[in-house]
Unconditional design. Sequence first.
Lengths: 272, 315
Amino acid sequence: MTDALRYEITRLRTIRSTYWILGVAFGFQLLLTVLIAWNLPETGPLSGGDQTFAILVTVGATLGVAPLFIAYVIGLLGVFSMGHEYRHGMIRATLTALPSRLHVMLAKVLTTAVLSLVAALVCVGIALLSAVSFGVGLPSVGGLRDITVGTVLYTTLFSLSGLAFATLTRNQTAAVALLLLVPSLVEGLVKAVVLAIKASSGDPTSRGGIVDILKFLPYDAGGQMYTRVSLNDAFQVFGYKPFGAVGGGITMAVFVVVLLVLATAAFQRRDA
Amino acid sequence: MAVIEARGLGKSYGTRRAVDDLSFTVHPGSVTGFLGPNGSGKSTTMRLMLGLDRGEGRTTFDGRTFAELEQPMRHVGALLEAKPFHPTRQARHHLQMLAVANRIERRRVDEVLELVGLSAQAKGRPRKFSLGMGQRLGIAAALLGDPHTLILDEPSNGLDPQGITWLRQLLRHLAGEGRSVFVSSHLLQEMAQLADEVVVVGRGRLLTSGPVKDFVEHGGTAEVLLRTPDLGVLAPAIVAAGGTLTPDADGLQRVTGLDAARVGDLAHEHGARVHELSVRRATLEEAFLNATGLDEEYRGAITADRPAGETGGAR
Ligand SMILES: Nc1ncnc2c1ncn2[C@@H]1O[C@H](COP(=O)(O)OP(=O)(O)OP(=O)(O)O)[C@@H](O)[C@H]1O
Ligand SMILES: [Mg+2]
């Protein structure tokens, strides 16, 4: 297992994509947080505090209108971890050096998780830096902790789902497409269809029913770890009551774990 | 020093049987050539041996399967058909990555780069490598752990003539040290100089295995080439002695079934003049074509030019 970890670490260190992914994530996080911090009013509700800082860290994702940008960039680390293996036939070199596929997979899960987590933490740090530099009122300790945990966990799980997609599809391009489309397009469509059905039912404002499906949309559920106010709140007139940050986080985590277990099983069974 | 024992290897792609109940043994101290027409399952067999493809059967290296080996690159070095390099990772980094996974000293990376003649390209990226350079990097990776067993799929692919000679000497040297070398190739002349033993497959099945010498002697046809102005006298005598005559280009006769000494004696006995008498030995190529002729899957539309008079073109 340590051999597999050493291999993965060397793999990450000796490839350009690791550096440009982190560079893009950090660079844009800096640029965007500076832009936002610069334009925040000096007084009023958006001049500082937990809410304002949450907006800054997530570049607006906390409002539920935009996706969490850093997750989509850092998530590529997860996809490439396995995607490169298949894209360039590296998998055969990897498995002749490390025949235990379980160890190879575990090493990829571990390095992807740790690197994504650290990268997301750095992004939070960059937001903090921007806030301090532009005199934005700082968040409370609890507020800082909550938004940090939410953002970092979501990004890490997002990255791991990318790793699972790449392992399942054995195709980097397909995995990138899945990672970009499932959270936004697919979940969005499911939401639209479910709400349309509910709205046209006899009793659209009753609790539960078909709208309960929406609670289990994994990325949407996980998003509650960092969302503070959301468009989804508006859907609550249709009797939709989401799980909240903890339940949503658990829902997403269960989804990612199931994906990873399926991916590992497929990886063990299939030809390299 | 490891004996490779492959037992009952099998693999299907859908309904297509790529390798079927294939068993053979590779002995230490020898180079074993793995021969077969295109699509006969050589590469698939090698992937099965290394546990890369999932299929039937078992291959052991001194009693242990590849997956059971600790730090396998120290035991078995492999070069596979498709080149497994990330296009923008430097050659030395590629090797370093493999080395750390098998606790191979970093110094060894420079050694193998030197050995395969890639020292100057150590910081080069495979995307910019020529076919032969890529192949050399693959060979470097196979040698990285100083393994006692080598499994090489068409290692001479893309090498220049110097490279091919170098590789032959290297593999002979490694086998001379008591290692097991299992190597596939389409270059039969090359293989004839290199291999001690052969394993021949057709359509995924074993056709024959054993020493190259036996294979060539049994599978090829040695001929005596004869030129004589007194064919009218000599031909009946040769036939009577059990030989067969086939006319070749410009008056040359090809005699099979008798050796040169016997043909010479017959000429003397019958007072026939002989202008040319020579022996053409059986070649590995011939033995291979004979052994695999019926199994060849992808036959070209135009069969190889054969000298006039030979029994038909297609086999
Ligand atoms: N990944 C695959 N999927 C489906 N069929 C395959 C696959 N790999 C090989 N085959 C089939 O298995 C058979 C054996 O192929 P293989 O590559 O092992 O032959 P080979 O002896 O190495 O040929 P060559 O001399 O051309 O390298 C072929 O019929 C091929 O079409
Ligand atoms: Mg092949």
